[in-house]
Design a protein around this ligand. Structure first.
Ligand SMILES: [Zn+2]
Length: 449
């Protein structure tokens, strides 16, 4: 691809502006081949398709996909454990896999997302496309502030490099160091979580550095939290930095980012030539209309290492296929929340089940707990209420130290505060206990239609 015309609007005009009818035809052709590929090469999919009574050789319309079985995070984990290392959803020999990302889930078993060399190349081409749509150009200096340790967002920096931007591979360095990099090298674009973008700007100010005058950041890409699509949060961060915020959506089971905002910033364009979207009622599994909230279900169209056929993301979104002022025809999604109780602290996914795992494994505690989520300076924080076991003779401070240590180990983050209460203080319930009290103003609305 030529990079000589820096003023062009699109990274890949032919694909990004393909009329919807032609786009759907392209999706159908790719999907049929992809289903056959999965059936012929992945032991898991072969069995699953046979059991569901579907034959990919007879696949004739996108609607036929509705007869195919779903997969979810649990399927991934189960199939991975059934045939270590990469599981029997794999559709290529392990020697063809060149990269994996790992993500932790509610049971603490990291699930691996494998890529072949071709998958990785395709993934980076999509990252370049999303960066371009967000206004990043070869003239930009880009500082990548996402985690490089097994996290799928790490290699996204290669997409910015592919586009031609000058890239600094910072990763998750301490804030002071990142601010120093921004002072020394004057990068114009960065990518982080919304919470961290706020925290970083405030930290700079506290050091006497004005993010607007002393730093050159003019575009901030955010992902991993709802804040990037919540106007109040977005505006506050934009004012702090005098920069424009672009929300991206990523999911490690498929790629890093799969969707991102264009200059119109009215929803996130999904790379529909490579990923098929279904929006379904999470209870009935029936499709919902555009504009109606439903669970996002994604199907890869080319990813070879591990095809994902009807992957239930657990994210509640609305879809918009009406024309966008940018001229792109690919669907725009707006994510409104998670189906489960997961919450995000400093960009780290935290599951109440992980907290429970830790609390229940420390002798001297009753095992009851309650999590309070609240906002402080646009950062989500959490407090943990726990109870002593009345028969325990452990010192309070020893219990708290143990808990802090084990939580950090298990979750990667610690609560802002832990309240150790006498036995019997927390509410008991014979039904599902309300473990999470969400006091956030901008709390995303979870739950289906
Ligand atoms: Zn657009």
């Amino acid at each position: 691809m030529s990079l000589t015309n820096h003023d062009r609007l699109y990274w890949d005009e032919a694909i990004e502006t393909l009329p919807r009818e032609a786009l759907e035809k392209l999706q159908l052709d790719k999907l049929r081949n992809h289903l056959i590929f999965a059936y012929e090469n992945s032991p898991y999919y072969r069995d699953a398709f046979i059991q569901a009574g579907v034959n990919p050789y007879e696949f004739n319309s996108l609607a036929d996909l509705r007869a195919y079985p779903f997969v979810d995070k649990k399927t991934e984990r189960t199939r991975q454990l059934a045939k270590p290392l990469l599981g029997d959803m794999l559709a290529v020999p392990e020697r063809d896999v060149v990269f994996v990302s790992a993500s932790s889930g509610s049971t603490g078993v990291p699930t691996l997302s494998p890529f072949t060399a071709a998958d990785f190349e395709n993934y980076q081409n999509i990252q370049a496309r999303l960066f371009w749509a967000a206004g990043v150009r070869p003239e930009d200096r880009y500082v990548h502030a996402l985690n490089f340790t097994l996290f799928v967002g790490g290699p996204d920096v290669i997409g910015a490099q592919k586009l031609g931007a000058l890239c600094f591979w910072a990763g998750t360095v301490p804030s002071d160091r990142l601010i120093q990099i921004m002072q020394d090298f004057q990068p114009t674009v960065t990518w982080t979580t919304p919470s961290y973008a706020w925290h970083l700007g405030e930290t700079a100010k506290a050091k006497g550095i004005d993010p607007v005058k002393d730093l050159a950041i003019r575009r901030i890409i955010v992902a991993g939290e709802a804040g990037g699509s919540i106007p109040a949060t977005r505006e506050a961060i934009e004012k702090l930095w005098n920069a424009k915020l672009y929300d991206f959506y990523g999911i490690s089971d498929i790629y890093g980012a799969c969707a991102g905002m264009c200059e119109a910033r009215n929803g996130l364009h999904l790379a529909e030539d490579d990923i098929l979207l279904e929006v379904l009622d999470s209870q009935t599994g029936e499709p919902v209309e555009d504009g109606e909230p439903g669970e996002m279900v994604l199907t890869t169209l080319t990813k070879q290492a591990r095809p994902m056929i009807r992957f239930r993301t657990g994210d509640i979104i609305t879809a918009d296929r009406s024309p966008c002022s940018c001229g792109r025809t690919h669907v725009r999604i707006t994510v409104s929340g998670r189906i489960d109780d997961m919450f995000i602290i400093s960009g780290v996914n935290v599951f109440p089940g992980d907290v429970e795992f830790v609390v229940r494994n420390i002798p001297g505690l009753s095992g009851e707990y309650q999590i309070s989520l609240y906002e402080q300076n646009h950062l989500t924080r959490f407090e943990l209420n726990i109870e002593r076991d009345e028969l325990s003779s452990e010192h309070d401070q020893d219990l708290l130290n143990q808990l802090q240590h084990d939580l950090k180990l298990r979750l990667g983050v610690k609560p802002a505060k832990i309240n150790l209460l006498p036995t019997g203080t927390l509410p008991r319930s014979t039904h599902k206990a309300k473990r999470v009290v969400d006091l956030r103003q901008s709390s995303p609305v979870a739950g289906g239609k």
